[in-house]
Design a protein around this ligand. Structure first.
Ligand SMILES: [Zn+2]
Ligand SMILES: [Zn+2]
Length: 334
């Protein structure tokens, strides 16, 4: 029998070095003075140019998302390298370590441009999928439950969502055989940039909004209002939403944020128990939803429908075939 530490070491050993470097970069975040300078600058901009003027810079929502930031850092250090290793092992087993023919001979700048474009498109795609696939949405709803957007809201992400994202993003990365520099470069740009676009800052960045995702653009994505639902999925570039028709055209709206029917109020007092309970409640939310919304197997027995009617004997002429009764209601993912 293989001991657990040995198994974890084996998984870590299987992780490609570029993935390890990618996560070592994440581990270094607490000790990177530029990260804290950057965070401080964002807080100053939130004070000077708030999107929501009622929101205080040092709000309970900021404290709540700071807790998620810390949980995220622990997750990246403890769990994700092993998980990425498992994905890589599975990928090699299924595809025989398949790599796109010819990509190894590309010049570095071509690989970097390809990494930027492919990575950002995949971010757009898996964000779209997390909204459109009901089972994924229950996990992503935790991110959207923030009523007060701030620099740490980017990291209010359920652990299971990381797993989904890793598979969707890294498998194509393996296929492209992208170099460490490209993956790390694109990854770190994303980390810094997405903190900026979650901040409570009133800016659409002028002409840059036609190319880049802005705090205004992403605030609309987090909007609680029905007309903004499933819009603006982009992470760094706004071009994908324009291309696929998912962009909200107004660049001057700064709506209220949150998820209708899913209240997430941080406790407005210092109480470790209350904060831990709220964290656990959000963490459990998707699992509760998955169980609660599991489709009923025998809908005819729902109490509202009353007793199951006994079918009368058929009368001539016979009922038309199913195909002529109009379209069948879709049962897929909504
Ligand atoms: Zn979203
Ligand atoms: Zn977001």
């Amino acid at each position: 029998m293989i001991a657990l530490p040995g198994l974890l070491d084996g998984l870590r050993a299987a992780v490609p070095h570029q993935i390890k470097e990618y996560y070592w970069a994440a581990q270094g975040i607490y000790t990177n003075p530029w990260f804290w300078v950057f965070t401080g600058a964002i807080l100053v901009f939130e004070k000077l140019l708030p999107a929501d003027k009622k929101q205080r810079v040092f709000s309970w929502g900021l404290l709540q998302d700071f807790m998620w930031f810390n949980a995220d850092a622990m997750l990246k250090v403890a769990l994700l390298p092993a998980f990425a290793g498992a994905v890589k092992i599975f990928y090699d087993w299924v595809t025989g370590d398949f790599q796109l023919e010819g990509s190894s001979g590309w010049p570095l700048w071509v690989k970097i441009v390809a990494a930027v474009v492919v990575f950002d498109f995949l971010q757009w795609f898996h964000h779209w999928a997390r909204h459109k696939v009901k089972a994924f949405w229950h996990f992503h709803a935790v991110h959207h439950s923030a009523r007060e957007m701030n620099v740490f809201t980017d990291l209010r992400v359920h652990a299971a969502e990381y797993m989904i994202a890793e598979v969707l993003v890294f498998v194509p990365m393996f296929a492209l055989g992208l170099p460490a520099l490209a993956i790390m470069g694109v990854g770190s740009v994303r980390w810094w940039y997405t903190r900026f676009i979650h901040a409570n800052i009133r800016t659409n960045m002028g002409p840059l909004k036609h190319v880049l995702v802005t705090p205004q653009f992403h605030r609309v994505h987090h909007s609680i209002e029905p007309q903004h639902q499933d819009k603006n999925f982009g992470v760094v570039f706004s071009v994908w939403d324009r291309m696929f028709g998912t962009m909200h055209p107004d660049y001057d709206e700064y709506p209220e944020t949150g998820v209708a029917g899913f209240a997430s109020e941080p406790p407005h007092r210092i109480s470790p128990v209350a904060w831990a309970r709220e964290y656990a409640r959000l963490f459990a939310h998707p699992f509760r939803e998955l169980v609660r919304r599991r489709p009923a197997v025998v809908t005819a027995r729902e109490p509202d429908h009353g007793p199951i009617p006994v079918a009368p004997p058929p009368l001539a002429p016979a009922a038309p075939p199913a195909a002529s009764r109009g379209p069948v209601a879709p049962t897929g993912l909504a």
